[in-house]
Design a protein around this ligand. Structure first.
Ligand SMILES: [Zn+2]
Length: 283
């Protein structure tokens, strides 16, 4: 996981939202006042093209990485989803549970619950309605792996609407996380939000078996030139050779190593593994 700095793309994000609101939702009243109505993420936000623009912007803002698991989404477009950090259909209480954390950019001055925004006369921007604001939208993978097809195993869909502490908005979050040799993520005891972080890791299922295996492999392959790993994509013999080079060195791990070997010798698994190149010498 790494810190997502929204400030670098803030102006463009605001332009997308404001243009959408003014073109699709603004109602000018007879007496010179105005309000906004029908702010609809799945409807007009999508059909007007604003959602597509927001997705591309959020991808650029995150260097193409999934906000949760660090999958490189530039390598496989179809796996990209836009994630509402504060869920679309939040109650006032749920919405406030995020804003009260006071973690920028999900602060009171930046985002307002969409249902509390529509219908208000002459509202000023910011705060912008949370269902269509750049501050509340990040890109995530769809959490699928070859062995369970379209069933999500981690990230956006796995999380659903459950509360997550927005740890990717904490500057320096990288320093609070340890990627263990066995591939699991651990949170440093000393960090300020340790329990919140652990809950988030559980909710997004970031210690699922496939992610653990992938991170373990990147750790084991740290001394192997990156190009050699890339070259394995089209050659099963090379994949098996590379896997044998680093697996089966510890008897206690034999069962797990067998499972890893049988999965990642396959091309589709190797391709998924390569999408996590962020972990190369980074764990
Ligand atoms: Zn992901």
């Amino acid at each position: 996981m790494k810190f997502i700095n929204k400030k670098t793309h803030l102006q463009e994000g605001h332009t997308i939202t404001d243009e959408y609101l003014n073109a699709e939702c603004r109602v000018n009243e007879d007496d010179g006042h105005f309000h906004y109505q029908n702010v609809d993420y799945d409807g007009s936000f999508r059909s007007s093209g604003a959602k597509g623009r927001m997705l591309r912007l959020a991808l650029a803002n995150q260097d193409n990485y999934c906000c949760y698991c660090m999958r490189d989404l530039g390598m496989h477009d179809s796996m990209v989803t836009l994630e509402h950090v504060i869920p679309q259909k939040s109650t006032t209480k749920e919405f406030n549970s995020y804003v009260n954390l006071n973690v920028y950019p999900l602060t009171e001055g930046e985002v307002v619950r969409t249902r509390d925004f529509t219908g208000v006369q002459d509202p000023t921007l910011p705060p912008r309605p949370h269902t269509v604001s750049f501050e509340n939208l990040t890109v995530s993978c769809d959490g699928t792996f070859p062995d369970r097809g379209p069933a999500s195993q981690c990230c956006n869909s796995k999380r659903g609407n459950r509360f997550v502490f927005p740890m990717f908005y904490i500057e320096g979050v990288e320093n609070d996380i340890v990627y263990m040799e066995n591939g699991t993520i651990q949170i440093k005891e000393s960090c300020a939000h340790a329990e919140d972080y652990r809950k988030m890791i559980r909710t997004a299922n970031l210690n699922c078996r496939n992610l653990k295996y992938i991170r373990r492999l990147w750790y084991l392959f740290a001394d192997i030139p990156y190009r050699d790993l890339e070259n394995c994509v089209n050659d099963e013999n090379q994949r098996m050779e590379k896997l044998r080079q680093v697996l089966y060195l510890d008897n206690d791990m034999a069962d797990q190593d067998n499972e890893i070997f049988n999965k990642f010798k396959r091309e589709n698994y190797w391709r998924t593994f390569m999408m996590y190149h962020w972990f190369y010498r980074n764990s």
